[in-house]
Design a protein around this ligand. Structure first.
Ligand SMILES: [Cu+2]
Length: 94
């Protein structure tokens, strides 16, 4: 995606066993850092956004620098005893 103060990120949560999207998760924690190679202490502000698509979880982030970033998201999923954590690496260009 392109760098900016107000970049929209959208993720889907898929239940691995059934390959079905999870629509009723509660996102409990998000974090965006530069990485995985270097600048690990450079974090970006991220806020959750409402979405019209039921299976999509959307966020807005300030991505001020080109390069690779790591999006970490933790969620409570009904039926899962533990918090589910996902990590996605993505690239920001100018
Ligand atoms: Cu940086």
């Amino acid at each position: 995606m392109k760098k900016g103060d107000d970049v929209t990120l959208a993720v889907r949560l898929i239940h691995k066993a059934t390959r079905k999207p999870v629509t009723d998760a509660v996102v409990t924690r998000t974090r965006i850092d530069m990485g995985p190679d270097g600048m690990a202490e450079m974090a970006a502000p991220v806020t959750a956004m409402p979405t019209s698509e039921l299976m999509v979880y959307a966020f807005k982030a300030g991505l001020s620098m080109e390069g690779r970033w790591l999006f970490s998201v933790a969620a409570k999923v009904p039926g899962e005893p533990d918090t589910v954590v996902g990590k996605i690496t993505f690239k920001v260009t100018r």
